[in-house]
Design a protein around this ligand. Sequence first.
Ligand code: IMP
Ligand code: MG
Length: 182
Amino acid sequence: MPEAGIDRVLIAEDAIKEIVTRLGKEITEHYKNSKSELVVVGLLRGSFVFMADLIRKIDYPMITDFLTVSSYGDSTVSSGNLKVVMDLDESIEGRDVLIVEDIVDTGNTFSKVLHILESRGPASLKVCTFLNKPARREVEVPIDFCGIDIPDEFVVGYGLDLAQKYRNLPYVGIFNPDTAAR
Ligand code: IMP
Ligand code: MG
């Protein structure tokens, strides 16, 4: 029985494990002959649960870093409409960079993040997203490693939130506002 606020389970825990394992294999295979150091960059906050599982399925040396961006609110650095709230600690110049995102929806966030990171001269820049909502796309984003396409529904769980709630659910569920207040 799903929690209050969850209409139904869209991706169960076992299915998530399969997706993450497959992505880890694809990514390992992709970088196996690379000469540069791999930097895995998680976009906070949504990617942290997925990223924690994913990196343990990538059999390749890496360093990890995080980036927090926001379309609104206070910021320290701004680039276009997107604000870098917390920047990377690491330099990515000359390194292979893999960006990890929870979900690509309109594509606006990701395309701007790509632009910012591209300007720093990485050896390569690849994109991995756990979920993809193609029906909502406004800006084309190159997705190199895609977990699963989902329908145009608002989903929560496995790191995805609604107002910072539900990130701890071990599955991905479809949010239903009618049952949320229970
Ligand atoms: P985009 O710029 O429209 O691609 O927005 C991507 C961001 O919107 C993601 O990183 C999520 O934080 C958020 N988002 C989009 N769809 C959902 C959803 O169904 N559930 C939770 N967050 C979502
Ligand atoms: Mg997000």
